[in-house]
Design a protein around this ligand. Structure first.
Ligand SMILES: CC(=O)N[C@H]1[C@@H](OP(=O)(O)OP(=O)(O)OC[C@H]2O[C@@H](n3ccc(=O)[nH]c3=O)[C@H](O)[C@@H]2O)O[C@H](CO)[C@H](O)[C@@H]1O
Ligand SMILES: [Mn+2]
Length: 344
């Protein structure tokens, strides 16, 4: 909780009113007094000023953005002027120091159903070494086997909550249901318990720093398998009957379903919208090519992320090293699909 910051973004500039000293709660147990300048303006809302949703019309024609330039250098900004986070574009000490002052909590949801509980130990241990070190992190771990959750020593200010969910005999159902679980978790808890939330795949490991440079209103990650692929060959859903359908001439990046992040409120919109679109498809007995990842790609195409994580933030262990990716921060481990999934 950070009420000061919430007050600060609730009003936009025009006329300035200086309030007498007011009580402001900071964090959980400290109280401070201060003069609060509150700026009021009738015709500008918070949405417009502080939290633009970056909606983009459907059917626009524009060039596909490149991730690596023709000179081989990485591109660090999208055509809608959102940063693409690469090593060398930020000062990790500076950016962590800025966000540490804000006393934030980063909720992190992770699902481990069926045999995927075997990935938990490496995921959690490597997260403790690399992921938002020095920040308050709250893991929300969904599993059908709570007894298989390993005991991992967590750093100061970090906690883990285990939430029991029903098993499923289809991996497709497990991955796509994450949207609904995330939606409901935000409604019931995260609105009060966190400032930011990340939803992460569990069949992964952290190998390098992942810190405050990844924070923003709405965060997507560029999938490591498609960052040099022409948009018409992205594995988007191509059947117009699906709510996840994207025409061949459209597309910015192919985003990985393994990382979704941002302000609790903005991630809520993603999760709720994707869950609704998945429900419409299910009622028509249609399942998108890559389940919720397809719906996520549709969402991000027309609701642009405010910051995009480069493939440094989602790699695959089997991929050879490349010139552009200097640091691998988070990577899919190699898995034996037949051994870990409940169905082919
Ligand atoms: C790198 C990447 O972007 N991966 C995406 C990709 O394939 P993946 O092959 O990465 O999908 P996956 O098998 O890892 O499933 C996604 C996640 O669902 C959970 N899970 C899945 C199966 C199971 O039996 N138990 C279980 O707990 C687990 O948290 C896992 O990390 O496409 C999926 C949808 O098809 C998801 O969008 C994944 O995020
Ligand atoms: Mn995965």
């Amino acid at each position: 909780g950070n009420s000061l910051r919430k007050i600060a973004v609730s009003f936009t500039s025009c006329s300035v009113i200086v309030f007498p000293p007011i009580l402001v709660f900071l964090g959980y147990n400290s109280i401070s007094f201060g003069y609060k300048e509150i700026r009021l303006c009738s015709n500008l809302t918070k949405e417009h000023q502080e939290n633009p949703s970056l909606q983009s019309p459907q059917g626009l024609s524009y060039n596909q953005p490149r991730v690596v330039g023709l000179n081989g250098k990485v591109i660090a900004v999208t055509p809608w002027l959102a940063p693409i986070v690469w090593e060398g574009t930020f000062d990790s000490f500076l950016i962590d120091s800025i966000y540490q002052q804000q006393n934030i909590t980063i909720a992190t949801t992770v699902f481990a159903l069926g045999k995927y509980t075997t990935f938990l130990k490496a995921f959690l241990e490597s997260a403790e070494q690399n992921y938002f070190v020095g920040f308050r992190v709250h893991y929300y771990l969904f599993t059908d086997h709570p007894e298989q959750v390993p005991a991992v020593k967590l750093g100061e200010g970090r906690q883990l909550t285990v939430l029991k969910v029903a098993s499923s005999n289809r991996w497709q159902e497990i991955t796509l249901r994450r949207m609904e679980k995330l939606e409901k978790l935000i409604e019931s808890r995260l609105v009060n318990e966190a400032d930011y939330v990340f939803s992460l795949d569990v069949d992964t490991k952290f190998y390098g720093r992942w810190g405050a440079e990844s924070l923003g209103r709405l965060i997507g990650v560029i999938h490591p398998g498609y960052y040099q692929t022409s948009r018409k060959r992205f594995p988007y859903e191509r059947r117009p009957e699906s709510q996840a359908y994207i025409p061949a001439a459209e597309g910015d990046y192919y985003y990985g379903g393994a990382v979704i992040g941002g302000f609790v409120k903005d991630v809520y919109k993603v999760a709720k919208t994707c869950r609704e679109q998945l429900d419409i498809d299910a009622a028509k007995s249609i399942e998108a090519a890559w389940q919720e990842e397809s719906h996520l790609n549709k969402y991000f195409l027309y609701n642009k992320p405010s910051k995009v994580l480069s493939p440094e933030y989602l790699w695959q262990d089997f991929k050879p090293n490349t010139n552009e990716v200097k640091i691998i921060r988070f990577s899919q481990v190699i898995k034996n699909y037949a051994a870990v999934r409940p169905n082919p």
